[in-house]
Design a protein around this ligand. Structure first.
Ligand code: RUB
Length: 317
């Protein structure tokens, strides 16, 4: 248990960052934990795994890809309960972990291909504009996957990325894209409106942590601001996300929780009596999203439930 708690802390502290990495790590940690538990009955074993699942889920409340992954493993284990003995559990969990991992990685690969099609091969230069500019916010491995794919296809474009206060995940985006030879312009978050108009941004793509049944997307704080700027400036605004980030509980009325993080991430030693707030995510309404780029194609974010339930029927609540 001590090892599991240490690993869970890596997710909580953002040493492991982003919805996809969080989900992949959490299922791996559950699988590793399964190899260490000592039980006398299968029910005891399942109970201990459930406890571990809860610890992992509580590290970051706004992460359905992690919750769906942990549910995927536990549901499969419960289904085969009658046919296995205690000794089989670690191997079974590992194989379910591999299955979920494959779902995420295949989804990411498809999204990279579909999303890269939104970036033109041949740029129609005009008197006013001779480059294609994509903008993103924070660090989303799904978004960088699209941009790296487009680069691999020989496309030429520039990326504007926000630094993303207070944890500066934007630097990870900038380094990853620079290393691949993509030109990056790095800005402070509050310059996002300025950048969209000054550089005549052609396309904005952000990632997602959660998608609700109404087609609302939850992503890093600042995402709604960027969506509103896109709306005002008539710039196409896309969200790139595997459908595995769909929160099935929203279909039956539950509201997705917005993670609030420790205030010392914003200001370590603030003046006495000052309340420092650190909301980590915010919602972007479907009204401001031109399309959701998923493994099933690009469509309105309000269709997420329909596609999710067809692609992943085992995960529907
Ligand atoms: C990261 C963030 C990312 C999404 C998607 O926030 O908001 O846009 O998680 O990431 P944090 P990915 O750094 O707080 O985890 O596309 O890699 O799943």
């Amino acid at each position: 248990m001590e090892v599991l708690l240490k690993r869970a802390e890596k997710i909580r502290s953002l040493e492991i960052q982003g919805a996809t990495n969080t989900a992949l790590s959490a299922i791996e940690f559950l699988s590793e934990y399964a190899k260490t538990i000592k039980c006398t009955t299968l029910d005891e074993c399942i109970m201990k795994l459930k406890e571990a699942k809860q610890i992992l889920e509580q590290t970051r409340p706004t992460e359905p890809a992690m919750q769906n992954g942990l549910n995927f493993i536990m549901n499969k284990l419960k289904k085969c309960k009658g046919d296995i003995c205690i000794e089989d559990v670690p191997r079974k969990i590992e194989s379910f972990e591999e299955d979920y991992k494959a779902l995420i990685l295949n989804a990411k690969k498809k999204i990279a291909e579909i999303g890269a099609n939104r970036i033109p091969k041949i740029l129609k230069k005009t008197e006013y504009k001779d480059d294609f500019v994509v903008m993103t916010h924070c660090h989303s491995s799904v978004v960088t996957g699209i941009l790296l794919k487009a680069k691999e296809q020989g496309k030429t474009f520039r990326v504007i990325n926000t630094e993303t206060q207070p944890k500066l995940q934007g630097r990870k985006t900038a380094k990853e894209l620079l290393d691949a030879g993509i030109e990056v312009l790095h800005i402070v978050d509050s310059a996002m409106r300025w950048a969209v108009s000054t550089y005549q941004v052609d396309l904005i793509i952000i990632g997602a942590d959660s998608i609700t049944s109404e087609g609302t997307v939850l992503n890093k704080i600042g995402s709604r601001l960027l969506a509103l700027v896109a709306h005002e400036e008539h710039v196409p605004f896309y969200v790139a996300s595997p459908l595995l980030k769909y929160q099935p509980l929203t279909t039956v009325g539950f509201l997705e929780e917005i993670e609030t993080r420790p205030s010392d991430e914003v200001w370590k030693d603030p003046p006495k009596n000052l309340r420092v707030l650190n909301p980590a995510f915010e919602t972007v309404s479907r009204r401001y999203i031109d399309g959701l780029i998923t493994e099933a194609g690009i469509f309105a974010s309000s269709h997420a439930h329909w596609y999710f339930s067809r692609l992943y029927p085992d995960l529907v609540e």
